[in-house]
Design a protein around this ligand. Structure first.
Ligand code: C2E
Ligand code: CA
Ligand code: CA
Ligand code: CA
Length: 273
């Protein structure tokens, strides 16, 4: 049988071809995004359920690719696959620490930074962390790192070492998207974490099975001296119900959408009592 290596298979549809081209263009663009200053951070407030004061701001990465806005859900996975996440992640860490060190109107608020598991597992990570802290002068207690619960399934020994190195610097560790992956509540005990972020899907689903899962998470978290955050709070009813259940912190569009750093100063909490 004759082999024709360069022939495009028929099943390679136009749509798929378009996606392959997009992925390639995105990857090439992403390689230059930092240098071309196309990346920036938005911040979303995390408020105390008790007194509604703002306690932290989560840094969320944005990319303006020549006028096209590409969401982090789309480009972070590509950055992880290509290894670019190390460089991008280090940039995010630096930028977030710099910005937070200048929040004079909110001088006690922490900044919560998303860290990809690939970034966390890289040997350069602790160096990047030290760099960001040193060059910004930010008090380490004001830096929180959000890591998805996939840390429970990856190389446990290495992860434990990394989390210990982070916490030895007084930086806090949050488990992000808690409850969505394969981990169980009992696995929380195996790693020392400071905070658990309950995934939006359980908040959305509070009237069905969500509430039982939220209550179970709150119970384990309190046993382990772990703070809790409810993510994706969109209504006042949700905020009040979560507060009544004993969640420590709330975050979501009900309070604010992610904002540019300069806008934070004008932000007013809708709940003030
Ligand atoms: P995440 O860490 O779970 O972040 C929460 C996402 O939910 C954000 O989407 C946020 O804008 C959105 N959100 C917050 N409140 C609400 C709400 O009330 N309703 C709804 N519908 N959505 C809400 P975003 O900014 O598009 O980020 C998506 C994901 O991309 C993040 O999910 C995170 O996993 C990842 N990501 C974002 N920035 C970074 C970063 O700097 N580094 C890494 N490694 N990942 C990042
Ligand atoms: Ca997060
Ligand atoms: Ca999350
Ligand atoms: Ca998420």
């Amino acid at each position: 049988q004759k082999v024709t290596p360069n022939r495009t298979p028929v099943i390679f549809s136009n749509e798929l071809q378009q996606r392959v081209i997009d992925t390639q263009a995105i990857l090439e663009g992403l390689q230059q995004a930092t240098a071309r200053r196309q990346l920036y951070l938005c911040y979303q407030p995390i408020v105390s359920a008790k007194d509604s004061s703002f306690c932290a701001f989560e840094a969320l990465l944005r990319w303006d690719f020549d006028g096209r806005f590409i969401g982090p859900d789309q480009f972070i996975p590509l950055a992880e696959k290509s290894g670019l996440i190390k460089e991008i992640g280090a940039w995010v860490l630096n930028r977030a620490c710099m910005d937070a060190s200048q929040w004079q109107y909110a001088h006690n608020a922490a900044v919560s930074v998303n860290v990809s598991i690939i970034q966390l597992m890289d040997d350069s990570f602790i160096r990047a962390l030290d760099n960001a802290l040193r060059s910004s002068g930010l008090a380490p207690e004001r830096l929180h790192l959000e890591i998805t619960e996939s840390i429970f399934v990856d190389n446990k020994i290495k992860i434990k070492q990394q989390l210990e190195a982070i916490q030895a610097r007084k930086v806090h560790v949050s488990i992000d998207d808690f409850g969505t992956g394969y981990s169980s509540l009992s696995q929380l005990q195996t790693l020392s974490v400071n905070q658990v972020k309950i995934d939006k899907s359980f908040i959305d689903n509070m009237h069905h099975n969500g509430e039982a899962i939220i209550r179970a998470t709150l119970f384990i978290a309190s046993e382990l001296n772990c703070k809790t955050v409810a993510e994706g709070v969109e209504t006042l009813e949700q905020a009040l119900a979560l507060k009544a259940m004993g969640v420590d912190y709330l975050q979501g569009f009900y309070f604010a959408k992610p904002m540019r750093n300069a806008q934070l100063i004008d932000w007013q909490n809708p709940i003030t009592d």
